[in-house]
Design a binder for this molecule. Structure first.
Ligand SMILES: Nc1ncnc2c1ncn2[C@@H]1O[C@H](COP(=O)(O)OP(=O)(O)OP(=O)(O)O)[C@@H](O)[C@H]1O
Length: 262
């Protein structure tokens, strides 16, 4: 029982009954979950499950058929500008201006977000990203890992409360993945909450505090990786795909099936 005077922190993100359709096709179908302060929350699902669409609705980029998205008490649909200031979104590499240098890109986005950074501060941030040597390099000439590191930095330049990352480690080698995870965990340590998608169940099991597995736009299960393994380890569909100790990947495949999605 909570004490009467105990203060309860509002969730950083709360979505309820979220439904999104493209034309007549409903691709997010009644999703509901909450994310607390300092959580790394994984949104998992096969190709086409509705993960990116859900993130787009959280960002206010697509208009839901129904449901509410509330970021730290601010309803995204009603107060998009206020909500945007609380959100950090990692842009795809293709969204950056390929011909600009790293320094120009940092300056540009600092300006767009209204963050005042001196030239020395910009250079120092770029150095701490491990990109000091690449200061004048054009974005298009950076490696995939360097581009992802820069994209994560830009997404967090205004210290957002909630960070939305769509497959942040896709296509990266193990070294770059580790570096990026360390940065994500540091951001969590500094007080941000993170919602991310990944197709790596191993990563999700290792890094996410809680995960939601969705398919066909519907929530199938939600909890810490250990809770989900415990809850589903005796499901016949999970046992059928497990080799030895049940993993989060076994739970994922058991619940979503093993047929390939388009
Ligand atoms: N702009 C769009 N117009 C019409 N249909 C779309 C659009 N964007 C996505 N879809 C469809 O909506 C469904 C959900 O797509 P979404 O990109 O949200 O899935 P996802 O879980 O992120 O998949 P992936 O893991 O492949 O990135 C898919 O069937 C997709 O083809």
């Amino acid at each position: 029982m909570r004490e009467m005077n105990e203060s309860v922190e509002p969730p950083v993100l709360e979505i309820s009954d979220l439904r999104v359709a493209y034309g007549s096709r409903t691709v997010v179908d009644g999703l509901a979950f909450r994310v607390d302060r300092g959580e790394i929350f994984g949104l998992l699902g096969p190709n086409g499950a509705g993960k990116t669409t859900t993130l787009s609705a959280l960002e206010g980029l697509v208009k839901p058929l129904s449901g509410r998205v509330v970021v730290n008490g601010v309803e995204v649909q009603r107060y998009p500008i206020e909500a945007e200031a609380l959100l950090g979104v990692q842009l795809q590499s293709s969204s950056f201006q390929a011909e600009l240098s790293i320094e120009q890109i940092v300056k540009l986005y600092a300006g767009l977000y209204g963050v005042r950074l001196s030239r020395a501060q910009i250079r120092e941030s770029i150095r701490t990203l491990g990109l000091g040597e690449e200061l004048g390099k054009r974005f298009k000439h950076l490696s995939g890992g360097q581009q992802q590191r820069l994209a994560l930095f830009i997404a967090t330049i205004h210290n957002p409360l909630l960070l939305l990352l769509d497959e942040p480690t896709a296509g990266l080698d193990p070294q770059s993945r580790r570096t990026l995870w360390k940065r994500i965990e540091k951001l969590r340590g500094d007080g941000s909450s993170i919602v991310l998608t990944t197709h790596s169940m191993e990563e999700a099991q290792a890094v996410c505090d809680r995960v939601a597995i969705i398919d066909h736009g519907k929530l199938l299960t939600l909890g810490t990786p250990a809770e989900l393994i415990n809850k589903h380890k005796d499901d016949p569909e999970v046992l059928a795909v497990a080799h030895g100790a049940v993993t989060l990947e076994d739970v994922f495949i058991g619940l979503t099936g093993d047929e390939i999605r388009d």
